[in-house]
Design a protein around this ligand. Structure first.
Ligand SMILES: [Zn+2]
Length: 243
């Protein structure tokens, strides 16, 4: 199940005083299972998002994108209209950040996701970290232009691979969009365990739109970064991976 490349690509953090600043990330299930079409529930919203600072995920049967912050978990189904997720809502995949102390940065206007990734990596470097050696939790609040969000239709068994599901994704484009994007800057590793790079889900300030964020350019935005260690929990095998 597990590619040892992940273990080689990341460094286990030894306990030290700086650790007190660190939060913790738990990812449930690995990306390969999602790619192969395992959309059955592995964990509930109540279980996954207990004490969450923020998090992202996908609903059982791919019935919407999950985005969580400020003590609320939202589900954005294929119509693009967010609803508050039920505590018993099942999730085949979730990544949740808990605890930690964030670093705040203002983001220059006109910063796209590539620029945001560069900024995050600079903040990590200034903190003595490298983006391939940890998972950073990310929150961006503000006003954006050229925002492209997506959700996808609920699936019925037998489930198709995620790439085929995403061939039928529904996109929502906004010239101007105000809201919050949360997620993670994962290591740049194609290990089938984590989704590499920057991965954000959004929720509009007016709560009328949201979803997985394909694109966005900052107008006025504030970035918060948490430097976190991470656990990857695979309920089907009962295995834990540290990173
Ligand atoms: Zn996503």
């Amino acid at each position: 199940m597990f590619d040892a490349a992940l273990a080689a690509a990341v460094t286990r953090t030894e306990p030290d005083p700086a650790k007190a600043r660190q939060g913790h990330i738990q990812q449930t299930e690995i990306v390969r299972d999602l790619f192969e079409g395992h959309y059955e529930s592995a964990i509930t919203v109540a279980e996954a998002f207990k004490d969450a600072v923020l998090g992202i995920g996908v609903a059982e049967a791919v019935d919407g994108e999950i985005v969580a912050f400020d003590d609320t978990v939202w589900r954005v189904p294929v119509d693009g209209i967010p609803v508050i997720a039920e505590p018993q809502q099942g999730l085949p995949f979730a990544v949740v950040a808990q605890g930690g102390v964030s670093i705040t940065e203002q983001v220059a206007a006109g910063t796209d996701f590539a620029g945001l990734t560069t900024l995050i990596d600079e903040v990590l470097k200034a903190a003595g970290q490298h983006h391939d050696h940890l998972v950073a939790a990310i929150r961006v609040d503000g006003t954006f232009t050229e925002v492209l969000l997506r959700s996808e239709p609920r699936q019925t068994p037998p489930y198709r691979p995620i790439t085929e599901v995403l061939d039928h994704e529904v996109q929502f484009a906004f010239e101007i969009w105000a809201g919050t994007m949360v997620g993670f800057r994962f290591p740049d590793v194609n290990d089938q365990v984590v989704i590499p790079g920057l991965h954000l889900h959004g929720l509009a300030a007016d709560r009328n739109s949201g979803g997985h964020c394909h694109r966005g350019v900052t107008a006025v935005a504030t970035l918060r970064i948490w430097l976190d260690d991470a656990d990857i929990f695979v309920p089907m095998t009962g295995v834990h991976y540290g990173m």
